[in-house]
Design a protein around this ligand. Structure first.
Ligand SMILES: [Zn+2]
Length: 134
């Protein structure tokens, strides 16, 4: 049996402002939103991790209406972070943090030794759809 008036968790945040951005996006579409553990999490960022973060909950009956809004919210975060393939526009992008760290090391030592900042392959992002690296 389906309970349409039951609250379900749809997202978790460690930052109160992020939770309220998604809350506003959902409320604009007449979706009732409840936020839990916000006060506890605002005391100290570490407490936020201990409590499992700030929970954003909606009514079970609003799930289908909310899904595309939540998906769009997360897609926009990826686009803002530059995680969109410039070749095919896919958001399925892998960040290679080892490569990035190596690049930072090259730049730091290059600056300290006066040999310059250049590195042969500065790419550290790869598209999982078309394989493009940048
Ligand atoms: Zn691509």
């Amino acid at each position: 049996m389906m309970h349409n008036n039951k609250l379900v968790e749809v997202a978790r945040f460690f930052s109160s402002s992020d939770a309220h951005i998604l809350r506003a996006l959902l409320e604009v579409e007449d979706i009732k939103v409840e936020i839990f553990d916000e006060q506890f999490s605002s005391l100290n960022p570490v407490d936020s991790v201990i409590s499992g973060g700030i929970k954003l909950m909606i009514l079970n009956s609003d799930i289908l209406k909310a899904e595309p809004i939540i998906q769009r919210y997360y897609d926009n975060l990826k686009i803002e972070a530059g995680n969109i393939c410039p070749e095919c526009g896919s958001l399925d992008v892998k960040n290679d943090y080892v490569r990035r760290f190596t690049g930072v090391c090259y730049a730091t030592f290059g600056a300290l030794l006066g040999t310059g900042f250049q590195r042969a392959t500065p790419q550290y992002k790869k598209c999982n759809k078309c394989g493009y690296e940048w």
